[in-house]
Design a protein around this ligand. Sequence first.
Ligand SMILES: Cc1ncc(COP(=O)(O)O)c(C=O)c1O
Length: 375
Amino acid sequence: MRIEQLAAPGVQKLSAYDPGYDPETIRQMLGLPRMLELGSNENGYGPSPAVTTLLKKRDFADAIRYPDAGARKLKQAIAQRWNVDPNAVTLGNGSHELLVLIAETFVAPGDEVVFPQYGFAVFKLAALGSGAVPVQVATLPRDGNQPFGADPDAMAAALGPKTKLVYLANPNNPTGTWWDRTTLARFLVRVPKHTVIVIDEAYREYVDEALVPDALSLADLHPHIVVTRTFSKAHGLAALRIGYAISNPALAAVLERTRLTFNVNLYAQAAATQAIADVAHVERVRAANAAERARLTAGLKEFGLFVFPSQGNFVLVDFGRPAKPIEDALLKRGVIVRPMGGYGLPTCLRITVGLPGENEELLTAVAAVLAEDLA
Ligand SMILES: Cc1ncc(COP(=O)(O)O)c(C=O)c1O
């Protein structure tokens, strides 16, 4: 018997999440002086300067103690920022952990978990890991205004007595597509009451399209909405691994039963408490990203490529031919982007919107690679 067969049936069916390249490891392998990391949708603008100051000031003498398992200060800060009850907040070691925790907590083997076909990869992993049946719903076509975006009617049609969980991301990674307020509201009221709905807003802070709702403003439309957010993206704290969920406090209390007690470390708690208060920093990041996203999109379109509209800090690009040789050629030039074969989009690459100079470098590298004979 292979060891793999000892795993739970759902685990046997899943492949580990592809985290992309570690820039330092690949840099050493390729023997390059530096890498341009545009593969993981991090925030090149970095965290709030107040966070950096705070972390530099610490002497780490408190590393000997466990952190506050209840993360009282941080929950208070998040609650104050979004005008919710502190008991509505659940913290995770990244929002990835929360997405998995929600499935572990609410889904039993044989239940169905509904999400869009090109939805964030963790949705399927979390479903399979919990022994659930993943129901991947066909998306809208590529030639509409939300190319490969979630199809609300198809999603609603997929819901049934066995649906315990729905995942959707707004905006979605990797497509960059979004749900507008009316569409999302109409969908939420169609979801049965026995179902938990996760609205993954990892990229919420980057949204600049007024029609895209803050999911917290829709929480009254269904009793079991869980909104997940992260400090990894616009807050620039990906390395600290911290995210949060907001739901009704009764639901949060159930999540508290399965959450690992000290899942969010002391320094992440302290940094996030400071970060959430620096509203001006997040606004600067949003504005800079929006301008650069538009410039990067226009630059890539000039090469004749199909660039998906995006409300995140990344764009999905369809090269109209297998993208693997293009990815490899970019890598040789020191540019990391994210392949999309795992999503069933082998002609696409996902590119993070970087700093202005980085985007310039990316465009130059793409132009050079497209001019090469990659046959
Ligand atoms: C849509 C979406 N949700 C959640 C996450 C998880 O992020 P983290 O675990 O860093 O909070 C990501 C990361 O890329 C993402 O793209």
